[in-house]
Design a protein around this ligand. Structure first.
Ligand SMILES: *Cc1c(COP(=O)(O)O)cnc(C)c1O
Length: 474
């Protein structure tokens, strides 16, 4: 093959003309972008493309630099209809949490330092008094807590601390798998505890637990079946009954709640969800739950319960490996503080604010935003405001749905390709828009698009037209 010899400007020449880019991104980075763009142009020329002129090359370098300088962990509009979406970062944090996180990150802070005595402190003490206060009278008086990186870590740590080389009794109906490879039998093995399954998938009785207890039993465990429900001919043993069985034999009961909430959600017109303080009041000795599910805080795993057990857990070297960092603890502390005032909670805690949003308000948002979206996708898809159902997500109330409203995009050309192009173009907006596909349409549930963000959402829609064209539409 005849090697095409195209004339391109030198790296130095381009670099001299890219002064503002160099000022913004630095010489080394811009040089790398120029080299990559020149290589791409040579490659293109070999494939028969015309060589770009200098202005074209500089524009391409600027685009490349801007793309590479953009953070990978970008904010998106979560219009999937799943409020606490694990792949989209779960709970958005309250302003109060963000402020304290920034402060803890920016300067030295009293993370493990007791400002009263001037002695070494304990990072868990930053949140234990608040947690007890918020849980109120339902929590036992000797209630303590410890915080780790996430709830999976909390479960692992508890099992490894209290059941190393010993047995843990769990109902077969509660051997859950959470998305992302958290399975009770696997966690049990890694914690070096022996799982003893009792009962059947649909029915487990008190006698099943009682008969399985032996000299090697370390504890009884109940797991909240957070992402599925078993209906029909079923029976399970409640926390109070399981606790009574465990205590009669001198054993503790561990309850893994997953998405525990410290506030009674029915007050806000939402379905009831299990609360750690209620599990403790029912007799559980330890409860584990996530910080970034219904609690509405940062990714964290919280273990609450009897002081003597918490002390044993904290002595485990694994605790050091799994402990939460200062920014997490700052966000958690500020989030817990919001629970002091249930009247303002639904306004100040974003997760709850989104979940408690009135359907009428979401419908009104759909009506406000439909014209701009319609104009942006005019030749390509229809846009209709329709009723839909949001879900809480992150393993809260798997069957529960909350009435919401969506903008539904249906490609004029009914094909899977057309739908993919639409999704792809929305993902390529400056703040990517993520919806979900159902019945050959793209649904944008507006529950998580708050009024304060509407202008930002609508403002970028003008660019959607070009992106759709790039995608080869219509
Ligand atoms: C979500 C969940 C977990 C895992 O919690 P992470 O915070 O995601 O680590 C464990 N158990 C139950 C019951 C859950 O719902």
């Amino acid at each position: 093959m005849n090697q095409t010899n195209i004339r391109l400007p030198s790296v130095d020449r381009l670099l001299r003309r890219a002064g503002s880019l160099v000022a913004e991104h630095g010489r080394a980075f811009v040089t790398a972008c120029i080299r990559a763009e020149l290589a791409a142009s040579r490659e293109g020329a070999r494939g028969g493309l015309p060589a770009p002129d200098e202005a074209g090359l500089l524009a391409a370098v600027a685009t490349r630099a801007a793309r590479l300088a953009r953070p990978s962990l970008r904010a998106v509009f979560n219009l999937t209809g799943t409020v606490l979406h694990t792949n989209l970062g779960r709970a958005p944090l309250a302003d109060e949490a963000l402020a304290l996180m920034a402060e803890a990150a920016r300067a030295p802070c009293a993370l493990e330092y007791d400002l009263d005595s001037g002695r070494r402190g304990d990072r868990d003490d930053l949140i234990v008094p608040l947690l007890r206060e918020v849980m109120g009278g339902d929590a036992p008086p000797d209630c303590a807590a410890t915080v780790v990186n996430n709830n999976a870590a909390a479960v692992l740590l508890v099992l490894n601390s209290l059941a190393l080389g010993r047995q843990v009794i769990v109902s077969r109906g509660e051997l859950i798998e959470i998305g992302g490879a958290f399975r009770i039998p696997d966690v049990m093995r890694r914690a070096q505890a022996r799982l003893v399954e009792v009962g059947t998938t649909n029915r487990t009785h008190a006698s099943d637990y009682a008969e399985a207890i032996g000299p090697k039993t370390a504890l009884l465990m109940k797991v909240h079946t957070s992402n599925y429900t078993i209906t029909g001919f079923t029976h399970s043993v409640g926390e109070a009954e399981a606790a009574a069985i465990a205590h009669a034999r001198g054993l503790p009961l561990l309850v893994d709640l997953g998405s525990g909430t410290l506030a009674d959600l029915s007050v806000y017109g939402l379905p009831r969800e299990p609360m750690p303080q209620r599990a403790l009041a029912a007799g559980a000795d330890l409860v584990t739950f996530s910080g970034d599910k219904l609690l509405g805080g940062p990714q964290a795993g919280i273990v609450v319960g009897r002081r003597a057990l918490i002390e044993r857990i904290k002595k485990n070297p694994l605790k050091r490996a799994l402990r939460a960092g200062k920014t997490t603890l700052a966000a958690l502390e500020a989030t817990l503080r919001l629970y002091r005032d249930p009247d303002s909670l639904a306004r100040r805690l974003p997760a709850l604010r989104l979940l408690a949003r009135r359907t009428g308000d979401i419908q009104a948002a759909a009506e406000r935003l439909a014209p701009a979206l319609r104009a942006a996708v005019l030749d390509f898809a229809t846009v209709d405001g329709e009723a839909c159902q949001s879900q809480i997500g992150s393993g809260a109330l798997p069957d529960g749905r909350i009435a919401s409203a969506a903008l539904v995009l249906r490609p004029r050309k009914r094909s899977g390709r057309a739908l993919q192009r639409l999704e792809s173009a929305l993902r390529r907006l400056p703040t990517p828009v993520i919806g979900h596909v159902r019945d050959d349409a793209l649904w944008l549930d507006l529950r998580c698009l708050e009024e304060k963000d509407e202008a930002r959402f609508a403002g970028q829609l003008a660019g959607l037209r070009d992106l759709l064209r790039e995608e080869g539409a219509p």
